[in-house]
Each structure stands twice: as structure tokens, then as C-alpha cells.
Write a protein that binds this ligand. Structure first.
Ligand code: PLP
Length: 393
């Protein structure tokens, strides 16, 4: 708690660093306190303000706040009318929620493999996976790196498919269109979404947001997050099946301050990433993440590749070694198709998506948050160097 509310970058000792940490200042604490004093704790002015702020930032007509990124994805799937036996093509290299949202509606996730360098969907494999049952493409801006939206949009248009953007890891990322103009992540499909869990770029504790230019999708999502009520209708009138996916005024007040501080937060994260790039340069067997032309990263996590690593066991040994040195770390991400619900329901197994499987034996997320500091980064890099060297020896 002490550390989380510090107003200046921590010069604290660089031992036992966590994987992530929210950036909360006294401004957030004041805003939350103020809401509590008003007595209006749900469906109030902070909700409208938070939504407006995100919509304007992303450059879309509508933003609909919900209680998680997963809820946001679920409502998009429902609003698009996707249903049992429909197929949606998506990536196996992501956080599991990006595919689970399909299972909730008995929609079949058809995975397509990723590109080994961007870690995003490989457009040629997406095209090859289209069948007469395909209804939508669901692409993820993994680790805050925009997917191939120009190609995805062209393919979706040509085949008459809806396009869903899981931009939960990419608030603030930018994609350059063919005409040279830039679009914000979230604005690139029929609907996009963000998540505000404490490890994301900004947090509301728990929370999420749907963003879209489509009036029909926004209205449906707005209704379904609130028990299927239509705007202006009575409290006990439910026009359709809905949920309680509302986000409280307390969360929205927190999110609003985080949005006001977004540029500062993203700049701090960019700085930490740059320090990592310098500190890790020249460590044998470690590949650092690189931006691609026309795709501006918003730093969500800092994931390096241990290039010589070829098995899950080997990777686990490396992670265990780093943790023993006090470095929090994680394997972002184990392939979704190899998780039990997917193996069981669809018969997916090893070897189905070789690029994803090979990449996920090499990807290690290192401690990453705004206040990590240069010393912290240097210390982590030193542990990585020593950890990998000891493994070789
Ligand atoms: C975090 C995340 C989500 C879900 O967000 P929650 O708020 O945790 O439900 C969905 N997709 C991706 C890619 C994510 O990283």
C-alpha cells in the first residue's frame, strides 16, 4: 500500500520485484473518496464521464463500461448475434478470455496460427481457416502490439464477416492505415474492448469497456450489461436477456483519473521498456520485443524470448531459476488450444499450432510497471543474464 501510493518514482531496493503493479496516486484516492461521499454508487455521472473520455480517446462514437474485459467480449459476441455452431477464427496465443467468450455462447473457436515475429494472427492462416460457417474474425492486439488490421479488415469485408478487436492489452496502441493516417487500437473492428484489471495499462480494480462506431451494437451492449433494460424503460422491464455487468461509480471515478493520467502512464511504461531494451542488449539467447513500422506498441507487459528454449519443461526450469533469484516472471502465454476445456470440447492437441507452441516455450514476462525504475530494470537484467548463464554451465 505504502509503495503503491508513492507520488514519485520509487528509489526503493530492487529485490523481490513483482510482475506488475497498478499506478495509483492520491488523485485516484481522492476521486474514489469523493464518490463515496455523494451516495450515488451506480449508474451515475462518473459512468457517463468515463465512457465519454474513453470514446473520445479512441476516436469512436460509443463506449460502454462493464465490469470486466471478459464481460465486454461476451457482450460483443452476443450483440453480433453469434450463436451455436457458428465459427469464429481467433488466435491460440492470447489470454484465455479472448476465446472463452465464444464458448459462453457455444460458438466454435477456430484457431489460426500466429506470425513468429509479431505474435499476432497470421493472415494467410486466417484466410485458410474460413469455412461456410465462419461468421467473424476475432483478433487480439497481443502484448499491446496491433494486429494486421488492414489485412484483417479487407478479408472480413471480402468474405462478409464481422470483425472483433480484443484490444484489452492495447489501450493507447496505434495502427497506421494504408492512407497514412493513424487509428487507435480498439477502433479497428466492428467493436473493440479494453480491460482494467490491475495489471493492465490503466485499472479500475476490475472493469472493462466496449468501444464501437456502430449504434446498434452500442445500444445492445448497454441494454445487456443492465439486465436487458432498454434506455428510458422501467426498472423492471427487460426487453431481452441481460446480465449484471455494470461498473460502479467507484470504479468509474478511479478509471476517469487513470484516463486523465494516461499519457503520463504510457510514457512511463515506454521508458521502462526502453531501459529493458538497453539493459538486455547483448545477453546471449535473449530476444527483446521490437516495434514494427506502422504499429505503435502500448506497453502492457515486457515479454522476452529465450531463443534456445525448445520445451515447456526447459522454460519452467528457467522460470523457477529466475524466481529463486527474486524475479517475478511468468510464461505469457501458454497456448489456449492446449488448455483442458479446449482439448476436451474440440480435440485440440500438441502440434496443431506449431508456431504458437514453439513461441510459448520461449516467452517470459519480466517485472513491468511504471515505477519499476532504471535500477530495478538493471537488476532484473542482471538476474536474467546470470540465470541463463548458470543454466548453460
Ligand atoms: C485481460 C484480458 C482480457 C480480459 O480482461 P478481464 O478484465 O481480466 O476479464 C481479455 N483479453 C485479453 C487479451 C486480456 O489480456
Amino acid at each position: 500500500m505504502e509503495r503503491a501510493v508513492a507520488e514519485r518514482p520509487s528509489t526503493a531496493p530492487v529485490k523481490g520485484l513483482e510482475l506488475s503493479a497498478p499506478d495509483i496516486t492520491s488523485a485516484e484516492i481522492a476521486a474514489v473518496t469523493e464518490v463515496l461521499r455523494t451516495g450515488r454508487l451506480s449508474l451515475g455521472p462518473k459512468l457517463a464521464e468515463f465512457e465519454r473520455r474513453v470514446a473520445d480517446y479512441v476516436g469512436v462514437r460509443h463506449a460502454v463500461a462493464v465490469n470486466s474485459g471478459t464481460s465486454a467480449l461476451h457482450l460483443i459476441v452476443r450483440a453480433l448475434g453469434l450463436k451455436e455452431a457458428d465459427e469464429v477464427i481467433t488466435t491460440p496465443f492470447s489470454f484465455i478470455a479472448s476465446a472463452n467468450c465464444l464458448l459462453y455462447e457455444r460458438v466454435r473457436p477456430v484457431f489460426a496460427d500466429i506470425e513468429p515475429d509479431t505474435l499476432n494472427l497470421d493472415i494467410s492462416r486466417v484466410a485458410a481457416a474460413i469455412t461456410p460457417r465462419t461468421r467473424a474474425l476475432l483478433a487480439v492486439d497481443v502484448f499491446g502490439r496491433p494486429a494486421a488490421w488492414g489485412e484483417l479488415r479487407a478479408l472480413a469485408r471480402e468474405r462478409g464477416l464481422a470483425l472483433i478487436e480484443d484490444s484489452c492489452e492495447a489501450l493507447g496502441a496505434r495502427y497506421q492505415r494504408a492512407d497514412g493516417t493513424w487509428a487507435m487500437a480498439g477502433a479497428l473492428g466492428d467493436a473493440g474492448c479494453f480491460a482494467f484489471y490491475p495489471n493492465k495499462q490503466i485499472t479500475t480494480g476490475e472493469g472493462g469497456m466496449i468501444v464501437t462506431d456502430r449504434d446498434d451494437l452500442a445500444a445492445l451492449c448497454r441494454s445487456m450489461r443492465n439486465q436487458g433494460r432498454d434506455e428510458g424503460a422501467g426498472w423492471l422491464q427487460h426487453a431481452r436477456l441481460g446480465y449484471n455487468y455494470r461498473l460502479s461509480e467507484v470504479n468509474c471515478a478511479l478509471g476517469l483519473v487513470q484516463m486523465q493520467r494516461l499519457d503520463e502512464i504510457l510514457a512511463a511504461r515506454r521508458q521502462v521498456a526502453q531501459w529493458y531494451e538497453e539493459a538486455l542488449a547483448g545477453i546471449p539467447g535473449v530476444e527483446t520485443p521490437q516495434a514494427r513500422p506502422g504499429k505503435e506498441i502500448s506497453w502492457f507487459v515486457y515479454v522476452v524470448r529465450v531463443t534456445g528454449c525448445t520445451s515447456r519443461e526447459e522454460l519452467e526450469t528457467i522460470l523457477t531459476g529466475l524466481r529463486a533469484r527474486g524475479v517475478a516472471c511468468s510464461n505469457y502465454f501458454p497456448p489456449i488450444h492446449l488448455q483442458p476445456p479446449y482439448r476436451t470440447a474440440f480435440g485440440y492437441g500438441e502440434g496443431d499450432f506449431p508456431v504458437t507452441e514453439a513461441v510459448s516455450c520461449q516467452t517470459v514476462a519480466l517485472p513491468f510497471y511504471t515505477r519499476l525504475g532504471r535500477e530495478g530494470v538493471m537488476w532484473v537484467a542482471e538476474q536474467v543474464r546470470a540465470g541463463l548463464a548458470s543454466r548453460e554451465g
